[in-house]
Design a binder for this molecule. Structure first.
Ligand code: OAD
Length: 246
């Protein structure tokens, strides 16, 4: 496999999805052994599901916290961290993953578009999300201390962007600013391990191409938006990324 041509002027925007963490042992969402097969998405990943059964939602995310603690970044995460070390501010990683494995591999210039498994926030007030690795069960659901101080009751919730919720404006702006600055330079857009089913992440390839990017895809199988890519590598990211990027 020939590496992607990346010179001293090249800007690289990378979009990752669950596939990049699959070789670490984290299940993806869609497909026969995907998380959404055994956990109905509307029950565990929507604001309505949280109101209906917060214990079920916290059990799901507590299990995911424990599962993510038990695994390690794989050579795909490592290759992206090395590329960032080479490019500095000419690199940006937009990840849909909430597992924190990119950060553990050393990635810093990163937008966690769908939030983070390692942060918790209030379901009611606007206090900033805070670091939290705990697991919660039905008997000990966490409540917001700040709301309690004002005589209100509100449960804390995972800082994940659920279905039906908007992505954070500052995250989308950071990506848009990077894309605008990349225009006029050699610009590479690389999507890795994502089914291209969830917007706006799935729209990034079109945005990048509209701004002059050459588009690359590394995925185990052809996703819905495969036609948008100039170069498609069908394979596992842990094997392909070190060859493509080093
Ligand atoms: P999906 O589960 O939809 O897709 C994962 C993709 O990765 C599939 O196309 C697989 O073929 C591919 N894949 C699996 N193993 C791979 C490997 N080793 N190397 C390369 N590719 C591999 O996951 P996402 O596209 O990330 O949102 O899903 C997008 C969003 O939908 C998620 O962020 C999540 C979900 O609902 C929230 O939870 C908010």
């Amino acid at each position: 496999m020939k590496p992607i041509a990346i010179d001293g002027d090249t800007r690289v925007l990378v979009l990752t999805g669950a596939g990049v963490s699959a070789e670490s042992g984290i299940p993806t969402f869609r497909g026969t052994s995907g998380l959404w097969e055994s956990h109905p998405v509307e029950k565990v990943a929507s604001p309505e599901g949280f109101v209906e059964d917060p214990a079920l939602v916290w059990r799901f995310y507590s299990q995911r916290r424990e599962a993510a603690k038990a695994v390690r970044p794989n050579p795909g995460h490592d290759a992206l961290a090395r590329l960032e070390a080479r490019l500095g501010d000419r690199f940006l990683l937009a990840t849909q993953n909430v597992d924190g494995l990119h950060r553990r591999a050393g990635s810093e210039r990163m937008v966690e578009m769908h939030g983070s498994l390692w942060k918790t926030r209030c379901s009611r007030c606007a206090r900033a999300p805070f670091d939290d690795e705990a697991s919660y069960d039905a008997q000990h659901l966490p409540a917001c201390g700040q709301c309690h101080g004002k005589g209100e009751f509100a449960l804390l919730r995972p800082d994940i962007v659920w279905f039906g919720e908007r992505l954070r404006g500052e995250d989308l702006e950071r990506i848009a600013t990077f894309v605008a600055a990349a225009k006029g330079h050699r610009f590479v857009f690389l999507a890795v391990g994502t089914s291209g089913r969830v917007s706006p992440a799935s729209e990034l390839v079109r945005l990048a191409k509209a701004n002059g990017a050459e588009s690359w895809l590394v995925n185990l199988e052809a996703p819905d938006n495969v036609a948008a890519f100039d170069h498609v590598i069908t394979g596992a990211s842990g094997e392909a990324l070190p060859q493509l990027l080093d």
